[in-house]
Write a protein that binds this ligand. Structure first.
Ligand code: KIV
Length: 303
């Protein structure tokens, strides 16, 4: 492992403290300092202490290393890779083999984050046996937890897998694998019946053994209510600030989603200080430097 990948990100407040002292009060910062592996137990402690959980999607070893060095608690190897890596218009065609490949890549670059692997469309729909086989393959590829979409009909699957030692994350609200049935990427749980149904399903899934839950694209008041009612960490995406933590698709927060990022995403590369520091601008500078001959520099980049 290179020196670079060993480097820890500077925590907030490090400058005031001469770059070494971390506030004793923050479990997250403490965990980063000691580079402890994040476990489900630790996520539960963070949840009960009210410490927000930071999760991002990731699909390869290099970014897994970057995310670890920056202190993310959990990585989601999401089937969103169908859209942001494969260029498809939905997640529906992602295969289990593709998920296994990307999970293995992420696991190789991971040092301490909790890895959640998505069960793709069709890999858990037929029977609990099929789901268990798919979950086993994901875990043997490096996932610590598997995520599956849907309420009601997934309860038996969640129970079956949890009883057999699989940690399971459920996913409610906008469930992208059902995008065609839902009529597009639309906010879910808006009317009171839909909201009630979602809250009931969330409770059933937690009772069946789900250890974590993702809520996507639902009104923040509903997400807050579900989060308060459940004993497990609830991670929001487009679900407001009251969840136990947040997840974003990596490409959305890096500002490389080509105008396709949803309203709830924030571009953390380009919006921080108004300066043009984005990845696209770095590539633009590379092209310009090659063309004007300022790269490579004889004394620096050549042998
Ligand atoms: O696949 C994915 O990235 C996801 C997130 C949108 C939660 O499921």
């Amino acid at each position: 492992m290179s020196m670079k990948s060993e480097k820890l990100a500077s925590p907030p407040g490090a400058a005031e403290n001469g770059g070494v002292n971390l506030p004793e009060t923050s479990g997250l910062l403490q965990a980063k300092k000691e580079r402890k592996k994040v476990t489900l137990h630790q996520l539960r402690l963070m949840h009960s202490a009210g410490e927000k959980i930071a999760m991002l999607t990731c699909y390869d070893a290099t970014f897994a290393r970057v995310l670890n060095n920056a202190g993310v608690d959990a990585i989601l190897v999401g089937d969103s890779l169908g859209m942001v890596v494969q260029g498809r218009d939905s997640t529906v065609r992602v295969s289990l083999d593709e998920m296994l490949y990307h999970t293995r890549c992420v696991a190789r670059g991971n040092t301490h984050a909790w890895i959640v692997g998505d069960l793709p469309f069709g890999s858990y729909h037929q029977s609990v046996d099929q789901a268990m086989r798919s979950a086993s393959a994901l875990m043997q590829s490096g996932a610590h937890m598997v995520k599956l979409e849907g309420g009601g009909w997934t309860v038996d699957t969640v129970r079956f897998m949890s009883e057999r030692g699989v940690s399971v994350c459920s996913h409610l609200g906008l469930t992208p694998q059902s995008v065609h049935a839902l009529g597009g990427y639309r906010v879910q749980g808006r009317d009171s019946l839909a909201a009630q149904t979602l809250a009931l399903q969330a409770q059933e899934l937690a009772d069946a053994g789900a250890a974590m839950m993702v809520l996507e694209l639902i009104p923040s008041a509903l997400a807050a209510k579900v989060t308060a009612a459940l004993p497990i960490p609830v991670i929001g995406i487009g679900a407001g600030a009251q969840c136990s933590g947040q997840v974003l698709v990596l490409h959305d927060m890096l500002g490389v989603a080509d105008g396709r990022a949803p309203k709830f995403a924030r571009d953390f590369v380009n919006d921080s200080d108004g300066l043009d520091r984005g990845i696209e601008s770095a590539v633009r500078r590379y092209v310009a430097a090659v063309k004007d001959g300022s790269f490579p520099v004889e004394s620096v980049h050549t042998y």
